[in-house]
Ligand binder design. Structure first.
Ligand code: PLP
Ligand code: COI
Length: 360
């Protein structure tokens, strides 16, 4: 696909605010990438100023939630260049989500080129402060104007960018408290849990509000049979055993296959850390924390990176504290290793980083 450019004049472009702490997802860059799907193919790939869409009131995405997205990150390295972390995984997972929601694939080559060209235009927006990155949000939604429930025949694919700080305020230095409740479930077998689709997040809002009302940061979802740990609404979950092994709940039909978690598992295969997946019974999990068998816990995700968890609240209000409730050394070591690779201060496995070339 030939990608066209309609760029703002240089004097109309914005820049990163100086001396201001970046929060997650608030800022926008000047431009976005957009392409339209109709008649079975993608058309008119273009880089244009960031602006609102014109969407028909009857568009299928507005009524029936046919909308998917990805979350990836770019980092400026000491050589001044921008590198995208594991972007091929995000490109592939968008197409997995598309298949779950009966949407067309975005050809991998088109997606990659769109990302690289957009970020090339917006390179001055990539922040350098610790814990910051250029957050990349590709997404697709069904635009056909019709009220019958069936897949849209037309779509928009867009990539927007947000120079961002850590997802949880305080970043790595703050240990979270998660609520474990059987009142809400994120996903079920045969559902859409493995897709990054809008509906999963819409459905999580009520649970999140409930967690806040109980002074918790998020819900740690358990499966619909109320027996096994699954994940958090914005990240996978992990705990660490006394021997330093990271345990991630197994990837099943109702858990998002986190690129961060799978990267940790790949690092474990390479002998860097000890990590594996397991089916984790909730009762046993709580007992093992209380017996000191589980010494650390937290979450893995692109936005969340490695987010330590200091304690859990149960439905009856009981608090279960992991270790001393603070940030454990294993989580810190993994966080430093992982972010070290992302920012280019530690070698990353072959193919994990993609340099943004200069196209113009
Ligand atoms: N689980 C959910 C529900 C998420 O929204 C995310 C964030 O993307 C993750 C897990 C972590 O996945 P990843 O590491 O690919 O960002
Ligand atoms: C991400 O980690 O990139 C996410 O998409 C999680 C969240 C912000 C929804």
């Amino acid at each position: 696909m030939d990608i066209t450019y309609a760029l703002l004049d240089p004097e109309k472009r914005g820049k990163l605010p100086e001396g201001e702490e970046l929060s997650f997802g608030r800022l926008r860059t000047d431009h976005m990438f957009v392409a339209d799907y109709r008649d079975g193919a993608w058309h008119d790939g273009r880089i244009v100023p960031y602006d609102s869409f014109r969407v028909a009131p009857g568009a299928i995405c507005l009524h029936y939630g046919q909308t998917i997205f990805e979350g990836a990150k770019g980092f400026r390295h000491d050589d001044g260049e921008i590198y995208l972390f594991r972007i091929d995984r995000n490109i592939k997972r968008l197409n997995h989500s598309a298949s779950v929601l009966c949407m067309p694939e975005v050809p991998e080559e088109m997606h990659r080129e769109a990302l690289l060209r957009l970020i090339d235009v917006e390179r001055h927006w990539c922040p350098t402060e610790p814990e910051s990155s250029l957050y990349i949000r590709p997404f697709m939604f069904g635009t056909q104007d019709k009220l019958g429930v069936s897949p849209s025949e037309t779509y928009v694919f867009c990539i927007m960018l947000s120079p961002s700080g850590p997802y949880y305020r305080g970043g790595f230095s703050k240990a979270l408290r998660l609520l474990i409740t059987d009142k809400f479930h994120r996903a079920v077998a045969g559902g859409t849990g493995t897709a990054k689709c809008g509906g999963n997040y819409g459905a999580s809002l009520r649970a999140e509000e409930y967690a806040y009302s109980r002074k918790c940061d998020q819900v740690l979802y358990i499966d619909a049979s109320n027996r096994y740990l699954e994940e958090v609404g914005t990240m996978n979950h992990y705990h660490v055993l006394r021997d330093g092994t990271f345990i991630i709940p197994e990837f099943n039909d109702s858990v998002l296959r986190s690129i961060t978690s799978t990267s940790v598992l790949e690092l474990a295969e390479a002998g860097v850390f000890k990590a594996r997946t397991e089916q984790i019974a909730i009762r046993r999990f709580i007992e093992d924390i209380e017996r000191g068998e589980i010494v650390e816990a937290g979450g893995f995700g692109t936005a969340a990176v490695v987010s330590p968890v200091g304690s859990y609240m149960l439905d009856d209000g009981k608090i279960v504290t992991v270790g001393d409730g603070g940030i454990g050394e294993r989580s810190r070591a993994l966080y430093e290793y992982y972010t070290g690779m992302q920012i280019g201060r530690r070698p990353a496995p072959e193919g994990w980083l993609t340099k943004v070339p200069s196209f113009r």
